[in-house]
Design a protein around this ligand. Structure first.
Ligand code: ZN
Length: 277
């Protein structure tokens, strides 16, 4: 029996611009359309950032609401995950859309250097975000950009701020943070199994590391993340034509590793989320 893999599509992100790849969706209608194509291709979870009209990172809850509404309408059961990431947003704005009660939201459990700035997540701020998600019934996706964040997540479980078992994403390949090295990937997985037994996990490889990390996840029983947020190219020769094309690349690789794309209903069951209304 093949084992289902939840394919996350990170459709937009905070940085990529249409001038870098015209396929990057930036308006809510483009985002819903791109998500729908990715859903049809096999993605069961969408990770959402919104953009202002000038393409800068947005925080307007109205934009998040429009994307969520469109995805719920056109992609039945697909898991909606909002980013609470810091790029281009002040701290207060990062939680300002959580009252919309997406299925999930990202939660980085510590601070780290990014290529040109510090991604600041002080302990009080992290606990506040975790508490808000708990109050709204939102399942966090723990973002591990650096090693300490894994143990911080385990402490949040101990404090009752994070429900067990959590869902954890390892982010590999961002300059100044964790490198996309197989030894690091293997170490993170073995530590996770030790400090958060039963946790589900996924890894994201950024830029040219995306495809390599996708394959590591398929062969190791993890879930996969792809999308134009992390990588604009389908391979060294060509820009990706769409988020769906990146998803399809993973779907085609599944068989070789005894995997198949999880349906939205299966993805919800794996992550302990309620069935879609
Ligand atoms: Zn993101």
């Amino acid at each position: 029996m093949s084992q289902p893999v939840i394919i996350t599509v990170a459709i937009t992100g905070a940085l990529p611009r249409k001038k870098d790849n015209p396929a990057v969706p930036v308006t809510p209608s483009e985002q819903v359309e791109s998500t729908h194509q990715a859903f049809e291709a096999g993605a069961s979870l969408v990770h959402v950032h919104v953009r202002n009209p000038d393409e800068s990172p947005g925080s307007d809850p109205e934009l998040f609401a429009r994307v969520q509404e469109g995805v719920r309408k056109h992609c039945p059961g697909m898991i909606v995950q909002f980013s609470t990431g810091g790029r281009g947003r002040d701290q207060a704005a990062r939680a300002s859309m959580l009252h919309l009660k997406p299925d999930m939201a990202s939660l980085a459990t510590g601070s780290v250097n990014f290529p040109a700035n510090v991604y600041e997540n002080p302990p009080d701020f992290v606990e506040g975000l975790a508490r808000t998600m708990l109050e709204h019934g939102i399942k966090p996706e723990i973002e591990v950009f650096d090693l300490a964040m894994l143990y911080n997540a385990a402490n949040l479980v101990k404090k009752g701020l994070l429900k067990n078992p959590p869902h954890v994403q390892f982010v590999l390949g961002i300059p100044n943070a964790l490198p996309a090295r197989r030894t690091v990937f293997d170490f993170l997985r073995s530590e996770l199994a030790d400090v958060l037994p039963g946790a589900t996990w996924v890894a994201a490889g950024v830029g040219r590391h995306q495809w390599e990390v996708n394959r590591w996840c398929l062969e190791s029983g993890g879930h996969c993340r792809t999308g134009l947020e992390d990588n604009l190219r389908i391979d060294a020769e060509r820009l990706a034509a769409s988020n769906a094309e990146l998803v399809t690349k993973i779907v085609r690789e599944c068989d070789r590793h005894g995997r198949r794309p999880a349906s939205a209903a299966e993805a919800r069951a794996i992550l302990g989320l309620p069935a879609a209304a």
